[in-house]
Design a protein around this ligand. Structure first.
Ligand code: GLN
Length: 494
């Protein structure tokens, strides 16, 4: 049995049947990491001893007949999630030796089931980016073609799942950072509704936009991970009190009823987006056909403020980032520049050396846009646009259950291709940003391979708190895409 190819659901079953142990499973992933991660660069930290000791504890728990869903399952965590006693760098020099005193709520939940935390994955510094090239620690390469980026900012998590380095992973999504790297690496990524998952212990980037979510091999695993991580948390005042359904019910719904009666909206404004790769357009057409064959009614909808999404997001996110990152001042956390003569000079030197260029750019944009006299013109205005974007979604969802779009305009680009021009990089987020602006959930499901062998995903979005529809439709799509197009979400050759 090739242990690294098992999904979470399969591994859980094999553990229950005592066909494998968690130590064997964990060791298989560690062997693969040691053999291949030097080239892929998915991980910032791997503590093999810790992982094996957690696997042993899981095996003991299974022997005692107390297996929970994630008991013994090796999971990777984006290195923006606080892990007690394990370095959490945010891929930044300013935190390169920061060891948190506590676990993020999602990490606590994984630990409560005795999951194995196999390692911390690479990201764009503080999650600012779309390619993982903004990491101050290392480069991550796309396992499907190592000349290409894995996407970002959760590029390490997506690459780790795609390469078979872990059973599943957690990422975070402020403007697409779960869905886009999942799409580029041929895996499933789900951004939950804002507030669905506690942000406690997630190092904040844009607090009103950030969400933690699963990156997994398939939709079944995404549902299982959602069952674990969702729910109200008194430690996060923005965490929602809505009831948490059994997300696996979405799978059963498809098995029982297919997708009959579902309506998928396609925003007409998305056809005006420039620079869509022909292979992405072709994928989108065949995806529509697959869904139609499954009984979905396709309808045109309108999101009239689409053209302002990128501009408004790239004001709101940097504004919130500038406030959130003020705490990294050389006094309270991590790195301090000791060459300064006085306090102000120490702040300046610490931040100039500790933060990478993209982070500095965002802090400066955010601070400027929030400063007296400019607040109304920028942050205030962008927030008004955001309210309109939310209304657009509310209206669109009056006439459809899910909204379909590509995840990104192109398959994964080449390393270095977009680094010279931040604006070009920002524009590649056009399809993913609006879900964060509106707070709605979105899923990315593998849909095709490009002629060059790079994965292309499709995005589905739903009403706030209706992840069930995404799981149902995503699962249906996943079941049918292979038969319809010959596409198979496989493992890349490493
Ligand atoms: N690419 C977007 C940005 O740079 C989104 C990143 C994210 O979702 N964390 O802000």
């Amino acid at each position: 049995m090739e242990l690294h190819t098992l999904t979470i659901d399969q591994a859980r079953q094999h553990l229950a049947d005592k066909k494998i142990s968690s130590v064997e499973l964990t060791q298989a992933f560690l062997d693969r990491i040691f053999a291949h991660d030097e080239r892929i660069g998915a991980f910032i930290t791997v503590d093999a001893d810790l992982a094996i000791s957690q696997a042993k504890a899981a095996d003991a728990r299974i022997s005692a007949g107390r297996q929970a869903t994630f008991t013994g399952i090796p999971v990777a965590l984006k290195d923006l999630l606080c892990t007690k006693g394990v370095k959490t760098t945010c891929a930044s020099k300013i935190l390169d030796n920061f060891v948190p005193q506590y676990d993020a709520t999602v990490v606590e939940k994984l630990k409560s089931e005795d999951a194995v935390l196999i390692g911390k994955t690479n990201l764009d510094e503080f999650a600012m980016g779309s390619s993982t090239e903004n990491s101050s620690i290392k480069l991550t390469r796309n396992p499907w073609n190592t000349d290409h980026v894995p996407g970002g900012s959760s590029g390490g998590s997506a690459a780790a799942v795609a390469a078979g380095f872990c059973s599943g992973a957690l990422g975070t999504d402020t403007g697409g950072s779960i869905r886009q790297p999942a799409s580029h690496c041929g895996v499933v990524g789900l951004k939950p509704t804002y507030g669905r998952v506690s942000r406690y212990g997630l190092v904040s980037y844009g607090s009103s936009l950030d969400q933690i979510g699963p990156i997994t091999r398939d939709v079944t695993d995404a549902a299982m991970m959602m069952n674990l991580i969702c729910g109200n948390d008194p430690k996060d005042s923005t965490s929602a009190r809505n009831e948490v359904p059994d997300f696996s019910a979405g799978l059963d719904l498809f098995r029982k009823e297919g997708l009959k009666g579902m309506v998928a909206g396609i925003p007409k404004e998305f056809s005006n987006v420039e620079g869509i790769d022909p292979e992405v357009a072709a994928m989108f057409d065949s995806a529509k056909n697959i869904l139609t064959d499954l009984g979905v009614e396709i309808r045109e909808v309108s999101l009239p403020h689409t053209e302002y999404v990128v501009a408004a997001y790239y004001i709101i996110a940097p504004c919130e980032a500038s406030a959130n990152l003020a705490r990294f001042d050389g006094v309270r956390f991590g790195f301090r520049d000791h060459s300064a003569d006085d306090l102000i000079d120490m702040y300046k030197r610490t931040k100039s050396t500790g933060f990478g260029l993209e982070v500095q750019r965002r802090i400066i944009i955010g601070t400027y846009a929030l400063s007296a006299g400019y607040y109304d013109a920028y942050y205030g205005r962008a927030s008004q646009v955001r309210a309109l974007i939310m209304q657009d979604f509310d209206k669109a969802f009056d006439t459809c259950d899910i909204i379909l779009s590509p995840v990104a305009p192109t398959p994964a680009f080449r390393i270095g291709e977009n680094t010279e021009d931040p604006l070009t990089m920002y524009l590649t987020d056009i399809f993913t940003l609006s879900a964060n602006m509106a707070g709605v959930p979105g899923i990315s499901v593998p849909a095709a391979l490009s002629g060059k062998g790079l994965p292309i995903g499709i995005q589905m979005m739903a009403k706030r708190f209706d992840e069930l529809s995404l799981i149902r439709a995503g699962f249906g799509f996943e079941q049918s895409v292979g038969a319809a197009t010959g596409f198979k979400a496989a493992f890349p050759e490493l």
